[in-house]
Design a protein around this ligand. Structure first.
Ligand code: PPS
Length: 574
């Protein structure tokens, strides 16, 4: 049963069924087909269940999806800018039937909800990406997710909530829309401005929120998105500690903090409108949108996917259909002469703006350089320094790739010895043969098995990297997409240095130390890399080694020089 409550005018649609019914459905759900939710799906489901996505009653069916993609409306005309969909594999989709029920389980296997299966269809995700995100460029994280990560079949249908997903982290800061509405009511807060963020807050953000609060004569809800979109993603812990710090420096009783388990799409303008609707459901009266709201970060050339102001413009265009007031806020700059932040367009020509770009801030963290106090509170800088140690204290993975017989293992061994000689970090060698013996003994050399093998290596290396160690991997790893997956797994946790051991096939075959090439030529070994199976050479590795003109020791030395120039090791005696 859907509960309808009306604390502040806006209808809140919560999708939990009453407890007794939930117990009954849980028991029955043992006989339903079941789907293990991905991290993004758990976020979406939680927000569906607790009413953050009111008026949605489940995952979108096809007619709603089509109209949301095309014109940001559900099929009944209600404004809704982002498709909330349940994506599943082809294989899974072939086992389910519309009209039946499906149990939706969390990673521990607990059924959180049941889906009454409606439409089952294969979406055109390229079309979805270009309409919703404005791009099919895979450098856009939302487009990458949709085109590379998302499953190919969507299932729509009404959702019956059985229990909220469990959060052991920061339970005191997690609130449903109903709880926040009640809190505002208790505090007597009639006007509440929501501030959405996915980054740590610095003084500019604080100045912006204080200015908005003054303008609107309202209280403030700091409402960061903390939904993880990748397994093992734990980047929000330190961010939340930063929010707790900054909250202390707001005037008493003016601001509050709550975490929103939202998986962002980074859809810029459409996302801004979506954020506003979600905050409307949480009982807020105003919503701050900055010039570059919810787009991906700038690339290395300073380019963005959306124009400054685009998000503000779109959200304001739909103001008439919203019960929340959009506050389009300007960029704030620190003015040296006034020792304060002012809107960029209010700075006088004779005044000096001080700026620290995100890239420069990251560089200073990385290189342990001074970060000025006008930029951020000391507690926040200290917190960020803790989780962004300089590269020489981070873990990293050196990932060798190349043909069989190219010399990967020999160079990897030489490198391990040299790194042990330098000391300071634990070193683990994940050589191809060793891994195949201990981690992947049941696997063969089909594309599927090779991918599994490399992803296992990547997983172990990512754990080592996360914990500050050095992983040296030396498999063939013939497929570019799988190497990319490993890079994506490791880069958020530390360094990833891909080294292509580019010894040409004729030389590897000439060496044929294990006699495998001869067997492959004779057809005795199938799917042999370079002979009867492809090797996709890296396009942009950190280092390419041609073993023609150097010994293994010299090659290892070149890897060390690369590590040094990237800042991962320093002051070595080699
Ligand atoms: S992969 O593709 O990355 O999973 O391969 P990897 O785990 O590195 O294993 C490669 C070693 O297995 C031996 N071998 C083969 N290699 C390629 N193709 C086929 N079909 C094959 N069958 C056995 C080979 O000795 C490789 O060792 P290295 O050290 O690379 O020479």
């Amino acid at each position: 049963m859907t509960h309808l409550i009306k604390p502040y005018g806006g209808v809140l649609k919560e999708l939990y069924v009453p407890a007794a019914e939930a117990t009954q459905i849980k028991a029955q759900s043992r006989n339903y087909p079941s789907w293990d939710l991905t991290p993004r799906q758990i976020c979406d489901l939680e927000l569906l269940l607790n009413g953050s996505f009111s008026p949605l009653t489940g995952f979108l069916n096809q007619a709603d999806y089509d109209r949301v993609v095309a014109e940001m409306r559900l099929s009944d005309g209600t404004l809704w800018p982002i498709p909330i969909t349940l994506d599943v594999s082809e294989q899974f989709a072939s086992q389910i039937v519309s009209g039946e029920r499906l149990a939706l389980r969390d990673p521990e296997g607990v059924p959180i909800a049941v889906l009454e299966i409606g439409d089952i269809w294969r979406p055109d995700t390229r079309h979805e990406a270009s309409q919703v995100l404005g791009t099919t460029d895979k450098r856009h994280p939302g487009a990458f997710y949709l085109l590379r990560r998302s499953h190919p079949v969507y299932i729509g249908g009404r959702v019956l909530g059985l229990e909220p997903p469990t959060h052991y982290d920061f339970p005191h800061l997690r609130n449903s829309p109903r709880e926040l509405r009640e809190r505002f009511g208790k505090l007597g807060w009639q006007r509440v401005i929501a501030f959405q963020t996915r980054n740590p807050m610095h003084r500019a953000h604080q100045a912006l929120t204080l200015r908005a609060a003054q303008q609107a004569e309202a209280n403030l809800l700091i409402h960061p998105a903390v939904g993880s979109v990748k397994p093992g993603d734990n980047s929000h812990y330190s961010r939340v500690r930063c929010y707790e710090h900054i909250l202390q420096s707001y005037p008493e009783q003016t601001a509050t903090l709550s975490l929103l388990n939202m998986a962002m799409r980074l859809a810029g303008p459409r996302e801004a409108l979506w954020h506003a609707l979600i905050r409307q459901n949480h009982g807020c009266s105003h919503f701050i949108i900055g010039p570059n709201h919810a787009g991906p970060n700038q690339d290395q050339f300073g380019r963005t996917f959306y124009e400054p102001g685009e998000a503000q413009e779109l959200a304001s265009r739909y103001q008439g259909e919203l019960s929340i007031q959009i506050l389009s806020m300007p960029q704030m700059v620190y003015v040296r002469e006034r020792a304060q932040y002012v809107p960029a367009d209010e700075r006088q020509p004779n005044e000096t703006p001080l700026r620290l770009t995100e890239t420069e801030f990251q560089r200073r963290l990385r290189e342990e350089l001074e970060i000025p106090e006008w930029f951020s509170h000391p507690e926040i800088i200290a917190e960020l320094r803790r989780i962004h140690p300089p590269r020489r204290r981070q873990g990293f993975t050196v990932f060798f790739t190349g043909l069989s017989g190219s010399g990967k293992s020999t160079i990897a061994n030489a490198l391990m010895v040299k790194l042990l000689e330098l000391g300071g970090r634990a070193v683990t060698l994940l050589d191809g043969d060793l891994v195949r013996k201990h981690l992947s003994s049941e696997l063969g050399f089909s594309r599927e098995h090779r991918n599994l093998n490399i992803l296992r290596i990547g997983f172990v290396a990512s754990e080592i990297t996360k914990n500050g160690g050095i992983a040296i991997c030396a498999p063939i790893a013939p497929y570019a997409a799988t190497r990319r997956d490993v890079r994506d797994m490791i880069e958020p946790l530390g360094g990833f240095i891909e080294v292509h051991v580019a010894t040409p096939l004729d030389i590897c075959e000439g060496r044929d130390r294990k006699g495998l090439y001869a067997k492959a030529r004779a057809g005795e070994i199938k799917e042999f890399t370079g002979i009867s199976d492809p090797y996709e050479a890296p396009v942009n590795p950190e280092l390419t080694l041609d073993t023609h003109d150097c010994t293994p020791g010299e090659a290892a030395q070149r890897v060390l020089l690369t590590l040094d120039s990237l800042g991962y090791i320093r002051g070595g005696t080699w």
